[in-house]
Write a protein that binds this ligand. Structure first.
Ligand code: HDD
Length: 709
């Protein structure tokens, strides 16, 4: 047994207790007690964990029961503060691989050493909801990535939207206060459909571009696996010669982009509030880990000068058509956490975590973020030593400095010196390998003023809107009508519609009609003349970047006794070959007996597995099964919702009574309008499910004809 104080490093210990202590977090074996014996935190084996110590079986409990005391003591203190925003999140491990070197632009080794694999940790999150809220809120999604590089930790604390509501960090507390539950009544939770949010937004014109994104389908993603990530800000890459190039970071899902409909989101939250995290867990657990391409937009000062907008303005994008996204690597997220609290809850991202060769621009939002993240970790994790927590420890490099003490210090300097310079030795600064900030020339007077170049708040909002397909434009209109209809104050609704007039007069009219406004309110005078009509950018549309197939998605197969084994087997084989997944939904969880006598066990009972949980559904039933199910309300909802949500519905001829009961007309059954007869081969149906699900229904929709009422 090694003695923990003599720093003798044991070989790999047998099964037992391993604790990381010492300066480099080396593994020291402190005890080899058997892993099956329950102990106290002090390592004392517990004889009885069922009964506290009492005087006689019915007497008073005794204070000397240190096990009782310790267990309740720890339980009483096991909660830490949730994040002040992005409280609800889900983290997984992964690996980044560089495929094209950026050595011309940066000395950051993670971006120059082709083939190098860098471990990483990503936490997806919503913004407004508390830790226990639901996944499918209409909200921005956090996409924070920590890269454990050989030169230290690099964090890209990204979102699934490339712009932000505000231009200056000083407004962040106001934005968050307005979005979260009102201070007097503490509701509504995890939503922006309320007066405070829209009051703040309608008084903050700079947020209009972001509002187009959050009212679009981007804010109700089908899955973390089908959404993009954006670093938002302009950062700097600095090469070995000290030359700086601006950069924006992009994560592009290999599965393509997909969202849900708002009506689906509402129902999914009821059926499974953990929909997104379960989807990610299952995908990785089943061996289908999601992957993203890692891209950069690179541009120089000359471009920044001629670009119609300010590259320091976080409410503006640089359209991909102006500066293409160059794919230089990819990452796969394939590692489930061992413990949610230890890893996902305790991970600490900071935008100021950069490595040599990566630097900051003067984006005022980034500058404020660089202060806030470190600050908030102290509050959340209770100590300046949060980097000693394994999930936050650098992995690819040593850590040596004279920072000492503080709560829960696990890594402390050894020897006599705890200062530098000193005569005793120890780590020294290294101008050659150390981080040097880009020596940008800056000048100016100390003022509090927004730059003129930030003043156009409508042109890119309009560009986003006109870049959407008609169905996506309709969804934006629907979302605005839904959200503003939840505002009690008429002046807030009118003020917001006034802004919409500066974005798109048709949209404003549609929303005014949807709200029942008597007329169109006046449009506020823009702070700057809008830039001439910006061209649509296909990169901004989800539908134009949809998945190319059904891969990565889920088919719900509703079964009854006597269902065709051949059709079921064909569907399962077709789905698994993509790969995608399928679940059997049965009247009883015990399952059904198929026509060849085999048992098909249910994954979901019908009312527990509504069709909103699936990307497409198949109804494989017998004549008798169909007539039984046709009487079941949950089954009728299953079919009606799938049709109403424009999902492909595969059905065997015996299922026609179910379709009729759900209100689907004969014409729809044969027109291929989402409903398709399942041939025994199954693969033709599954292949069609990979097509855009609005294809037959609403893509040709004329926005003006859209009936919101
Ligand atoms: Fe932030 C968390 C992303 C603006 C201050 N932010 C947080 C997380 C993400 C983002 C993904 C969750 C990190 C995690 O999973 O632990 N935030 C953004 C993006 C922004 C942004 C993309 C705009 C471009 N944030 C922003 C501003 C401020 C903050 C302007 C403050 C000035 N953000 C925080 C924070 C949080 C945070 C309060 C709360 C929890 C945390 O940091 O660790 O410091």
């Amino acid at each position: 047994m090694t003695n923990g104080t003599n720093n003798e490093h044991s070989a790999q210990p047998e099964a037992g207790f391993e604790v990381r202590i010492g300066d480099g977090g080396e593994l020291h074996q402190l005890a080899t007690g058997d892993a099956d014996t329950l102990t106290t935190q002090q390592g004392v084996a517990v004889a009885d964990d069922q009964n506290s110590l009492r005087l006689g079986a019915r007497g008073p409990a005794l204070l000397e029961d240190f096990h009782l005391r310790e267990k309740l003591f720890h339980f009483d203190h096991e909660r830490i503060p949730e994040r002040v925003v992005h409280a609800r999140g889900y983290g997984v491990h992964g690996t980044f691989t560089l495929t094209e070197s950026l050595a011309e632009f940066t000395m950051a080794r993670i971006l120059t050493e082709v083939g190098e694999k860098t471990p990483m940790f990503t936490r997806f999150s919503t913004v407004a909801g508390s830790k226990g809220s639901f996944d499918l809120a209409r909200d921005v999604r956090g996409f924070a990535c920590k890269f454990y590089t050989k030169q230290g930790n690099w964090d890209i604390v990204a979102n699934n939207i490339p712009v932000f509501f505000i231009q200056d960090a000083i407004k962040f507390p106001d934005l968050v206060h307005a979005a979260k539950p009102a201070p007097d009544r503490n509701f509504p939770q995890a939503q922006t459909a309320h007066d405070n949010f829209w009051d703040f937004i309608s008084l903050t014109p700079e947020s209009m571009h972001m509002i187009m994104w959050t009212m679009s389908d981007r804010a109700i993603p089908r899955s973390f696996r089908f959404m993009e990530g954006f670093g938002v800000h302009s950062f700097r890459l600095i090469n070995a010669e000290g030359k700086s190039t601006f950069v924006k970071f992009h994560f592009k899902p290999k599965l393509g982009l997909q969202s849900v409909l708002w009506n689906e989101a509402v129902k999914i939250n009821g059926a499974d509030p953990d929909f997104h995290r379960r989807d990610l867990w299952d995908a990785i657990d089943m061996g289908n880990p999601p992957e993203w391409d890692f891209g950069v937009q690179l541009f120089d000062d000359a471009f920044a000068e001629r670009f119609a907008f300010d590259v320091l303005d976080p409410t503006k994008i640089i359209p991909e058509e102006e500066v293409p996204v160059k794919i230089i690597g990819s990452f796969v997220l394939d590692g489930l956490v061992d413990n949610f609290f230890a890893e996902t809850e305790q991970v600490a991202f900071c935008t100021q975590n950069v490595v040599p060769g990566i630097g900051f621009s003067n984006d005022p939002l980034l500058q404020g973020r660089n202060f806030s993240y470190l600050d908030t970790q102290l509050k959340r994790l209770g100590s300046p030593n949060f980097t000693h927590i394994p999930i936050n420890q650098p992995r690819g490099c040593p850590v040596h400095n004279f920072q000492q003490d503080g709560h829960m210090a696990m890594r402390n300097p050894k020897g006599r010196a705890n200062y530098e310079p000193n005569s005793w030795g120890g780590p020294r600064e290294n101008p050659d390998t150390g981080y040097s900030h880009f020596p940008a020339e800056e000048a100016g007077t100390r003022i509090q003023r927004r730059p003129e170049s930030f003043a156009d708040h409508y042109s890119q909002a309009r560009q986003f809107f006109v870049s959407q397909t008609p169905i996506e434009q309709k969804h934006i209109g629907d979302a605005l009508v839904f959200e503003l209809s939840k505002c009690q104050r008429l002046d807030i609704r009118e003020r917001m519609v006034g802004h919409l007039r500066n974005i798109d007069e048709r949209l404003a009219q549609i929303v005014a009609t949807g709200l029942g406004l008597a007329g169109l309110p006046p449009a506020p005078r823009p702070a700057a003349p809008p830039v001439a009509d910006l061209p649509p950018s296909d990169a901004l549309s989800i539908v134009k970047r949809g998945p190319g197939s059904f891969a990565g998605r889920k088919l719900g197969i509703l079964l009854s006794d006597g269902a065709s084994t051949a059709v079921v087997n064909a569907l399962v084989a077709a789905v698994e070959s993509l790969p995608a997944t399928c679940e059997f939904i049965t009247p009883k969880i015990g399952g059904v007996t198929l026509d060849d006598g085999t048992l098909a066990a249910g994954k979901q009972k019908i009312d527990g597995g509504p069709s909103v949980l699936y990307d497409a559904v198949a109804l494989v039933v017998s004549v008798q099964g169909a007539s039984l199910l046709a009487r079941d309300a949950a089954t009728r909802d299953f079919v009606a919702d799938a049709f109403g949500h424009c999902k492909f519905i595969g059905f065997s001829p015996e299922a026609v009574p179910l379709l009729r009961k759900a209100g689907i007309e004969e014409a729809d059954m044969d027109s291929g309008m989402m409903s398709l007869k399942i041939a025994a081969d199954g693969s033709a149906f599954v292949e069609r499910c990979g097509e855009l699900r609005y294809r037959d229904r609403e893509l040709t929709l004329d926005l003006d004809a859209a009936a919101f009422l």
